[in-house]
Ligand binder design. Structure first.
Ligand code: ADP
Ligand code: MG
Length: 504
C-alpha cells in the first residue's frame, strides 16, 4: 500500500479557523452527501469508477481515500475529485485535502458494482458529462452541470439533501426498444404525453440495470420539451424519505405538502421499493398520491418488484399502484442487447465491428448496465494498449473478466421463454393467480429453472413471487411425474428445452 497526497489547493489556512472540525460521523455524512451530489451530476460510469474507491475518513479537512490502483486514483482525481472537494468545501467551510492510498483489495468500495477494475482510457470519451438542468423541471435542485458550486454553509447540518438531476442522455431517442421493454417504453411515452387515466399511475418494474431510471428521465425530458410550463418533480424514494424527515425536523411540513400535493403536475418517483417499512413516509406519500391523482396529475413510479411483491408496504398503497398500468421490463433478448451496444458505442464514439458487438451481447445477458460496463471497459483497455477492439481482443478480455457465462440462462430468461411458449404475460408467473393454465406454466418454469440453474428451492420461491420453497419442491415433483406419464406435457418440455438450448 502506498500513500499519496493531493488536494484542492490547500491555501495555508487552518481548517479549524475556517469552519471548525467535524466529528467522524459528521465527516462521513458530509462525504455521503458529496458523493450523492457528484453521482447525480455525473452518473455516467460513476459506479464503474467508484467501485474502485474506498472512503477511509474525513477529518479536519483531510479526505482519506483508497484506490484500487493508480488508474482509478488518477481518473477520480481528474474528473470527480474537483466536484467532491468543491461540495465539501462549500458545505463545511473547510479547505479540503485528499490523502490517497493504493490498495488492491478494497473491503467497502463506494459503489459495489463491477468486479473488474476500470482502466483509464486515453482517447475514448467516457468522461462524466455535465448534467443539463431542465428549465421546466422544478424542485430538482441546483445540480446543473455548469451551475456554480453551492454557497458555503457554516455547519454540516445546514446541508440540503443531495439533489436529483436528470441524465441528459437518458432520452426516449437513446432508449432501444425490444420485446423485453416494449410495454414499459410505450406506456412511458403515453404517460409523457399526458396518458390519461389508463396510465395513471404508471408503475414500471424490473430488475436492476434494465432501464427504469432511463425511462423516467426520458419522461421528464419529453414533458419538459412538449409542455415547458408543466411542473415536474423527479425524486428517488430515498430522497423523498430524507426530505420528509428534514421537513418534520424543521417544522416545514406545510411547505413539503404543498410541494408534493399542489405544486406538481407530473410526479416521478424512482425506486419506490425503498419506502419499505417506512410507515410514516408511506402515509405521507399516500396523501400526496391521492391529491395528485384526484387532480388528474400524472404519477410514475419505478420499482424492482411488482406491486404485489413489495414488502412492508401498506396495502392501500400497493392497491393504488395497480390502479393504472403496471409495465414490467425484462432482461433484454440477444437482438435488443446488440442494438443497445450499437447505440451506446455510437453515443460514446466507440467504433465496433458487428462481430464484436455480437460477442459482447452473447456474453452479458442479464443487465444493461453490465453490458455498458463491458463495452466501456473494452474500449478503455483497447485504447490504453493502443489495440483495435477486434474479436480476438474482445474474447480474451471478456473471458479474463469472468463476465461471460456460457451455457447459463437466467431465471428471467426461462420465465420469459415459458410465458412466450404458453402465451402468458411475465407477470402471470409471479402473480397469485391459481388459474389452471397459469399454475401449470408456473410449475413448468420452476421445473426448468431447477433443471438448468444452480438455484436453491428458496431462491426459486423468491423469484416466483415470493413463494414458499415447499411450493417449488412440489411443483418440480409434479412436473417430473407428468413428464413420465403425459405425452403432451413431455412435448411441451421438449419444445422448451430445445428453445433453451438455442439460448446457450
Ligand atoms: P434501472 O433504473 O432499471 O436500474 P437504468 O435506467 O439505470 O436501470 O439503466 C442502466 C443503464 O442501462 C443506463 O445507462 C441506461 O441508459 C441503460 N439502458 C437500460 N435499458 C436501455 C435501453 N433499452 N436502451 C438503451 N440504454 C438502456
Ligand atoms: Mg434506477
Amino acid at each position: 500500500m502506498q500513500n499519496l497526497e493531493s488536494g484542492d489547493s490547500p491555501d495555508g489556512v487552518s481548517p479549524a479557523l475556517l469552519g471548525g472540525s467535524l466529528s467522524s460521523e459528521e465527516g462521513e455524512r458530509a462525504w455521503i452527501q458529496a458523493v450523492a451530489f457528484t453521482r447525480d451530476r455525473s452518473p455516467a460510469s460513476f459506479d464503474q469508477w467508484f467501485s474502485g474507491v474506498q472512503f477511509d475518513g474525513f477529518t479536519d479537512g483531510v479526505l482519506s481515500l483508497r484506490a484500487r490502483d493508480e488508474f482509478v486514483r488518477q481518473w477520480i482525481e481528474d474528473y470527480y475529485l474537483p466536484t467532491l472537494c468543491e461540495w465539501l468545501r462549500g458545505h463545511t467551510g473547510l479547505s479540503i485535502q485528499a490523502r490517497w492510498s493504493i490498495d488492491g483489495a478494497l473491503d467497502h468500495p463506494v459503489a459495489d458494482r463491477p468486479s473488474y477494475p476500470p482502466v483509464r482510457p486515453r482517447t475514448i470519451s467516457v468522461r462524466p458529462f455535465p448534467v443539463d438542468e431542465p428549465s421546466g423541471v422544478r424542485d430538482v435542485g441546483a445540480a446543473g452541470g455548469s451551475a456554480p458550486p453551492p454557497p458555503p454553509a457554516p455547519r454540516i447540518h445546514a446541508v440540503p439533501a443531495p439533489m436529483e438531476a436528470l441524465n441528459p442522455k437518458s432520452t426516449f431517442g437513446n432508449f432501444v426498444v425490444g420485446p423485453s421493454n416494449q410495454l414499459a417504453h410505450a406506456a412511458s411515452m403515453a404517460a409523457a404525453g399526458g396518458g390519461g387515466r389508463r396510465h395513471n399511475p404508471l408503475f414500471i418494474c424490473g430488475g436492476t440495470g434494465l432501464g427504469k431510471t432511463h425511462l423516467v428521465h426520458a419522461i421528464a425530458h419529453s414533458v419538459r420539451e412538449d409542455r415547458p410550463d408543466a411542473r415536474i418533480l423527479y425524486i428517488s424514494a430515498e430522497r423523498f424519505v430524507n426530505e420528509f424527515v428534514q421537513a418534520l425536523q424543521d417544522q416545514k411540513m406545510n411547505d413539503f405538502r404543498a410541494r408534493y400535493r399542489e405544486k406538481c403536475d407530473v410526479l416521478l418517483v424512482d425506486d419506490i421499493h425503498s419506502l419499505a417499512g417506512k410507515t410514516q413516509t408511506q402515509e405521507e406519500f399516500f396523501h400526496a398520491f391521492n391529491a395528485l391523482h384526484q387532480g388528474g396529475k400524472q404519477i410514475v413510479v419505478t420499482s424492482d418488484k411488482y406491486p404485489q411483491q413489495l414488502d412492508k408496504m401498506e396495502e392501500r398503497l400497493v392497491s393504488r399502484f395497480q390502479w393504472g398500468l403496471v409495465a414490467d421490463i425484462q432482461a433484454p433478448e440477444l437482438e435488443t442487447r446488440v442494438a443497445i451496444i450499437r447505440k451506446k458505442a455510437q453515443l460514446e464514439h466507440i467504433e465496433l465491428e458487428p462481430d464484436v458487438c455480437l460477442q459482447i451481447a452473447q456474453s452479458v445477458r442479464s443487465n444493461v448496465r453490465e453490458l455498458e460496463g463491458t463495452l466501456i471497459r473494452l474500449a478503455a483497455k483497447a485504447s490504453l494498449l493502443g489495440k483495435p477492439i477486434d474479436i480476438a481482443f474482445a474474447r480474451t478480455e471478456i473471458a479474463a473478466s469472468g463476465t461471460s457465462r456460457p451455457n447459463e440462462a437466467s431465471v428471467e430468461d426461462i420465465q420469459r421463454m415459458v410465458c412466450h411458449h404458453f402465451k402468458l404475460r411475465s407477470v402471470d408467473l409471479v402473480s397469485k393467480d391459481r388459474h389452471k393454465s397459469i399454475a401449470f406454466a408456473r410449475h413448468v418454469a420452476m421445473y426448468l429453472c431447477k433443471q438448468r440453474l444452480k438455484c436453491s428451492f428458496p431462491e426459486l420461491g423468491r423469484a416466483f413471487g415470493n413463494r414458499d420453497h415447499t411450493t417449488v419442491i412440489s411443483a418440480v415433483r409434479k412436473v417430473e411425474s407428468l413428464r413420465s406419464n403425459d405425452p403432451e406435457v413431455r412435448a411441451h418440455l421438449e419444445a422448451l428445452e430445445r428453445k433453451l438450448g438455442s439460448l446457450d
